[in-house]
Design a protein around this ligand. Structure first.
Ligand code: SAM
Ligand code: SF4
Ligand code: SF4
Length: 300
């Protein structure tokens, strides 16, 4: 991370904690909900299947920037499906950087060619070893591994949503992150049980076992882009929700924290690690602050 970015984000954090402010710093733009996959755990693909036009996305980027947001995520649907005439996702990332966003990340299912060195991180969903990943995501594992091998930069971070199907695959994914060229780390979430995927939710005991596995792999030197101090809060679902420092923009609609905020009761069962990490950070949790500094400076 550049020094300028570090000081801006540190200044934002200090002001937020001291003055209990609720201004956002992290924004996500959903560029399309169209997707080439239909993963078993996902409730947000192909609802409209509209690819939003370039001018609209650019306006949304400007809107977020003017709100003070400096960490930007592009997400989908499948983010790499986005295009408008000759413009591609890469053009959006480059424009976001030029606009002044300090960190620009992309989330992808990894089934498309990866040529995106301008992104700070490419969060690439890998949901287990080959067998379990393919049960969840269709027969995509080999294609993804081939795309990673041929990626033009080493800014990939695995992104695993842990659920009933793949809860025993954590160590495999950690090892794969450690061993795979172009992969910098792995970041986890627990399944967030939308009404149509409740059967994939983990119990408290299962979540505890998962965090034990992650801690074991951290001790063995696996590159894990999560904060250990947030784990007990995630296991118990005892972190504050929603995250006021995060917003999502989809087709002109702005939501605090996530699109899921509209689903009654879902925040009480939230599995997104970033929500626990950010809300605890901005409440001034000292352990989280130090761990976040260490972790972010290592991987971004
Ligand atoms: C909605 S996808 C969009 C980007 C891209 N298509 C992908 O799969 O990475 C973003 C991330 O959300 C995760 N996800 C989807 N549904 C989830 C849920 N109910 N709980 C937790 N994570 C979920 C996916 O596994 C993926 O890592
Ligand atoms: S690839 Fe991403 S958006 Fe598509 S179905 Fe899977 S999780 Fe959902
Ligand atoms: S806290 Fe609520 S709105 Fe935020 S990600 Fe979790 S479920 Fe979605």
């Amino acid at each position: 991370m550049k020094l300028k970015s570090f000081f801006h984000l540190a200044g934002f954090g200090i002001k937020t904690i001291l003055f209990k402010k609720k201004d956002p710093i992290l924004g996500t733009i959903i560029v399309t909900d169209k997707c080439n996959l239909h993963c078993k755990h996902c409730s947000v693909n192909n609802i409209t299947a509209i690819i939003h036009p370039y001018e609209q996305i650019k306006k949304e980027m400007k809107e977020l920037y003017d709100m003070g947001i400096r960490i930007l995520f592009f997400c989908g649907g499948e983010t790499f499906l986005w295009h408008d005439k000759d413009k591609t996702l890469r053009d959006l990332v480059i424009e976001a950087k030029e606009m002044g966003f300090l960190i620009v990340n992309v989330v992808t299912n990894g089934t498309h060619r990866i040529d995106l060195k301008e992104a700070d991180l490419i969060l690439l969903s890998l949901d287990g070893d080959k067998e379990h990943h393919n049960i969840i995501r269709g027969d995509t594992y080999d294609t993804i591994m081939n795309n990673i091998e041929n990626a033009t930069s080493d800014n990939i971070c695995f992104y695993m949503a842990i659920n009933q199907i793949n809860k025993d695959c954590i160590k495999d994914v950690c090892q794969k992150a450690k061993d795979t060229k172009n992969v910098r780390a792995v970041s986890f979430n627990f399944h967030t049980p939308y009404p149509d995927t409740k059967d994939l939710a983990l119990s408290k005991e299962e979540k505890k076992k998962c965090t034990d596995d992650i801690i074991e792999m951290m001790k063995k030197g696996a590159p894990i882009f999560n904060l250990k101090s947030a784990f007990p809060y995630l296991v118990e679902n005892k972190f504050p929700t929603p995250c006021h420092q995060c917003v999502v923009l989809e087709n002109g609609k702005l939501s605090t924290c996530g699109r899921c905020i509209e689903i009654p009761g879902l925040c009480n069962e939230c599995g997104y690690f970033f929500v626990a990490e950010y809300t605890l950070l901005f409440k001034g949790n000292l352990k989280i602050i130090f761990e976040m500094l260490r972790t972010y400076l290592k991987y971004i």
